[in-house]
Design a protein around this ligand. Structure first.
Ligand SMILES: [Zn+2]
Length: 205
């Protein structure tokens, strides 16, 4: 998501939705669940974003589609160097709309697995964007990750506390009317809600 205006990096994006002009980006890669796209649209609407843009990347595939064994230590849903790709599109959008911040929702659990969510990676990326763009350099555009100090369970707790419409979220890797409660995405969701002690509104439908 992209913001114009000042923001404290520790502030959760959803809390700022009435204060800043927020634009959301969703990346449509090969095999993404249709339901996940709908959910992204619903959440963007609920957050009253100024624009929700879909970036279509049909040639970008998950490790399971390429050959999971090629990426040891990564889950089958890993997309090789995805954050280099995603943030480059975000920087292009930021230059177009003169955004001051790119905001990513990476959490502490992501940092333990994905090297392209590390502070070192983002510091380098931020430096590259400013080196490559007069506009982003002049605005001193920054990349913020307000959730990186929190585990998935802590993110669920926070989201519940500040009124994020959790019933609109989608975690399942499969398509369908409801979560399958069998895939890795569903298992991680159950674990996070359980650990947070938060009731999952999607479990009671
Ligand atoms: Zn599932």
């Amino acid at each position: 998501m992209l913001l114009s205006g000042g923001i404290d990096s520790a502030t959760c994006l959803y809390l700022t939705k009435d204060k800043y002009r927020i634009r959301a980006l969703t990346f449509v890669y090969e095999g993404i669940a249709e339901r996940e796209l709908n959910s992204a649209g619903d959440l963007a609407k609920a957050a009253c974003v100024a624009e929700h843009r879909l970036v279509r990347l049909p040639d970008l595939k998950e490790a399971s589609e390429i050959g999971g064994q090629k990426f040891p230590g990564y889950p089958p849903t890993y997309i090789p160097m995805r954050n280099s790709v995603f943030y480059s599109f975000a920087a292009s959008f930021a230059e177009e709309v003169r955004a001051d911040y790119l905001v990513g929702g990476h959490n502490k659990d992501d940092l333990a697995v994905f090297r392209d969510t590390s502070p070192r990676f983002f510091a380098g990326l931020e430096m590259s964007f400013r080196a490559g763009s007069k506009i982003l350099a002049a605005r001193k555009t920054r990349i913020l990750r307000p959730l990186e100090g929190r585990t998935k369970a802590q993110v669920v707790k926070l989201a519940s506390r500040i009124g994020v419409p959790l019933e609109l979220t989608w975690s399942c890797h499969r398509d369908g009317g409801d979560h399958c409660w069998e895939c890795a995405g569903c298992a991680m969701r159950e674990e996070a809600f359980g650990e947070a002690g938060t009731e999952d509104p999607l479990r009671n439908l």
